[in-house]
Design a protein around this ligand. Structure first.
Ligand code: PLP
Length: 391
């Protein structure tokens, strides 16, 4: 890749491609393998000593040429010094948290985080003697009052992927820096195209690459993107734990990157159109979509983000659970399932788990992932299913 690429569209098309040799393929091949062999003991020892360094070829678990290509491409997009891939988004979150914690340490976690982040914090991290406390995601610089002498990390998400509050990223990052605390932000919703948290002061950005980055619901992948200061510590955790990204997944993610910009621009436009449609429906109490004023933290989104993904939630006017379930079951275009960020529409009722502040909204909360079906077909499908809410 030419070193002077600064335009996102050019990076998406040209980064992570094969090195220049005549007669090369356009794309990196799928690289599969465990053992790598060397011609001399000296070369083997040099590779072994440098096995944690990005780009070293030593053994399959530490990555190969295709791994390095994808890591470098994402680092360019993210404005990160370095990227290390993981086998899933959860692995990116858990290995980042493990890197900075030890028994007796304290971690502050936003109350709206992805369910498995919470499960890991309340489960394995707590069992390892780490203290966890949850904070209101809209706390902003007030986080300073919650930082204790033993606080080592703040884990948050922008926006929360069920309830969509948008935290004040720079305020939290600044307070953390002043106290010497590491910030870890899950940026899966925005992708590096709509928000670059490292430029807002965050130390470690994590992604589920299973979602928009790969973009076709056919791949499990995680990403950690960091400044140089934290890169090696996280990379060593990932490699010492034995986490590894598969060759097929790397190929699928590289392919997904090529269309990320057009997909995100489409999702931004159509997601807002569908959110507006919901807002005007009599069955709907409100919508939680960061680009709308009804979403808590909307002003933060306006200041720090350049677009909106097509995952958002709708709060229905209060109705009994039987009606809500009949509505969801009557949808034809929306699959019922976890995850998001693919080309297909999805629906999922969400029950927020809160311990820092109570979730007081009345009415069922339903999350929608707007896919690439015709928006008019989606509206017609929703309208017919909504009859179950009022009949
Ligand atoms: C916000 C968020 N972060 C991380 C993850 C975990 O990613 P993965 O499914 O790739 O492990 C998810 C999965 O749904 C998510 O919604």
């Amino acid at each position: 890749m030419s070193q002077d690429l600064i335009n996102t569209a050019d990076i998406l098309v040209q980064a992570g491609r094969p090195d220049k040799i005549e007669g090369r393929h356009v794309n990196m091949p799928v690289e599969l393998g465990s053992t790598m062999v060397f011609d001399t003991l000296g070369a083997f020892e040099a590779a072994r000593d440098a096995r944690y360094e990005s780009g070293t070829l030593y053994y399959g678990r530490y990555g190969n040429s295709a791994t390095t290509k994808l890591e470098q491409a994402i680092a360019r997009l993210e404005g990160a010094d370095a990227v290390t891939l993981t086998s899933s988004g959860v692995a990116a979150i858990t290995t980042s948290l493990m890197t900075f914690t030890k028994p007796g340490a304290h971690v502050l976690v936003a109350d709206h985080v992805y369910g498995n982040t919470r499960t890991f914090c309340d489960g394995l991290l707590t069992r390892q003697g780490v203290e966890i406390s949850y904070f209101d995601p809209l706390i902003g610089s007030g986080i300073t009052d919650l930082i204790r002498p033993n606080t080592v990390a703040i884990m948050f998400e922008a926006p929360g992927s069920g309830t969509f509050e948008v935290p004040d990223i720079p305020a939290i990052a600044m307070a953390a820096k002043a106290a010497g605390v590491v910030t870890i932000l899950d940026n899966t919703w925005s992708t590096p195209l709509f928000c670059q948290p490292l430029s807002l002061g965050v130390d470690v950005v994590v992604y589920s690459g299973s979602k928009y980055l790969s973009g076709h619901s056919d791949c499990m992948l995680g990403v950690t993107a960091t400044t140089l200061k934290h890169h090696m510590a996280i990379r060593q955790t990932i490699m010492q734990i034995g986490d590894k990204t598969g060759g097929q997944e790397i190929m699928l993610a590289l392919r997904g990157l090529r269309t990320l910009k057009v997909r995100m621009e489409y999702f931004d436009r159509v997601g807002r159109e569908m959110a507006q449609w919901f807002l005007e429906r009599p069955e709907v109490k409100t919508i939680l979509h960061p680009a709308f004023e009804t979403c808590p933290g909307h002003a933060n989104w306006k200041r720090d983000f350049s677009g909106a993904a097509s995952l958002f939630s709708v709060i229905l006017k209060p109705c009994d659970t039987i009606r809500m379930r009949a509505f969801v079951n009557a949808l034809h275009h929306f699959g019922i399932g976890v995850s998001w960020g693919g080309y297909e529409s999805l629906v999922l009722p969400v029950e927020p788990v809160r311990t820092a502040t109570a979730w007081e909204e009345e009415g069922h909360l339903i999350r929608f992932n707007i896919g690439m079906e015709d928006p008019e077909s989606l509206k017609a499908d929703l309208a017919q299913a909504m009859q179950h809410l009022s009949s």
